[in-house]
Design a protein around this ligand. Structure first.
Ligand code: SF4
Length: 320
């Protein structure tokens, strides 16, 4: 087991503007736990605003956690001192959603892909160039791309540069935060194929964050479904797709496009309304304001995560 997340919480304090003196607490992630085995890919799925990106960023300490634990290869990441954390960063990396925002517009590809090597003190200038050229080739770019700037590339190529930069220090764990959602549909599949190939060639462990269960199905071996800061279902891929238990998972799954025309007219369980604000989440089950199967007790009692069978857990009063 490489990754263990235990009872992770992340709260943000917001407000305190000219017109609003009181600050409010937003519980973006409210006590979630999961494991990822070495070499596996866990999909973290949910709508925008569910807190899934905050989980990835907090694990890598791009946000400081409010409480909880993240054990990486038997080290407690949240207890590390800055120098220890810097050392560990070569083994854990992140690929962000939008390469336009994450790449520096005035640095060449060579300069930005080699930067993590410089920060980590790995090798020297003479070795960096060869490492960067090898990595560019691995992600499907050419050596001549190394001297160019980000604006000279397409969206798919820019995401390949971001992936090269994340992998240059030879990490074991990579958090992928919606890595294809900013790309044209035509190039999404190519980048997903690349990520799958790299996972198997380099034995990478992934946390794959996405709002799209179709993408998660292609990429991941286990799936955690997140709603308003909590996990609501957690299962192996075959179990989740064959038998989704939580009404929220059932809705997400019913809107995944299916190429088979015979199945196009299946029952779509469209979700009503928007995800509520995490500043003021509903009492009881957080999904009760949108749940088609809501019962009276759902409005006051929060369901706990329960194992239904080996490799399948759900938090819903329907299964008690
Ligand atoms: Fe729906 Fe109740 Fe289950 Fe929540 S606990 S998902 S409201 S049935």
């Amino acid at each position: 087991m490489l990754i263990k997340v235990k009872n992770l919480r992340k709260e943000f304090s917001v407000g305190g503007t000219l017109f609003q003196t009181e600050r409010e607490t937003v519980k973006a992630v409210d006590g979630i736990s999961f494991d990822i085995k070495s070499g596996a890919a866990l999909g973290l799925v949910g709508e925008s605003g569910s807190g899934k990106t905050t989980v990835a960023k907090t694990m890598l300490r791009l946000h400081e956690p409010t409480s909880g634990e993240f054990i990486f290869d038997e080290q407690s990441v949240f207890s590390l001192l800055p120098a220890e954390l810097r050392k560990l960063r070569r083994r854990m990396q992140i690929v962000h959603q939008n390469p336009n925002a994450s790449l520096h517009p005035r640095m060449t590809v060579m300069a930005q892909v080699s930067r993590p090597l410089k920060i980590q003190g790995i090798g020297d200038k003479s070795t960096h160039e060869k490492q960067v050229l090898d990595m560019l080739q691995r992600v499907g770019l050419n050596p001549e791309h190394a001297r160019r700037y980000p604006h000279e590339f397409s969206g798919g190529q820019k995401q390949r540069i971001s992936i090269a930069r994340a992998l240059i220090t030879n990490p074991e764990f990579v958090a992928l935060d919606e890595p294809t959602s900013a790309l044209d549909v035509s190039v999404q599949a190519q980048v997903l194929q690349l990520l799958r190939r790299l996972q198997s060639e380099l034995n990478l462990t992934y946390l794959f964050v996405s709002h799209d269960l179709g993408v998660i199905r292609y990429m991941c071996s286990e799936v955690a479904v997140m709603y308003l800061g909590n996990l609501v279902e957690y299962a192996t891929k075959p179990k989740l797709f064959a038998n989704p238990l939580h009404p929220y998972t059932q809705s997400l799954l019913s809107i995944v496009p299916i190429p088979d025309p015979k199945l196009r007219h299946r029952d779509r369980k469209m979700l009503k309304g928007e995800i509520p604000s995490p500043k003021n989440p509903p009492k009881g089950c957080r999904f009760h304001t949108r749940c088609p199967q809501v019962m009276e007790k759902c409005k006051s009692i929060e369901p706990k995560m329960k194992q239904i069978e080996e490799g399948h857990q759900v938090a819903c009063h329907l299964y008690e």
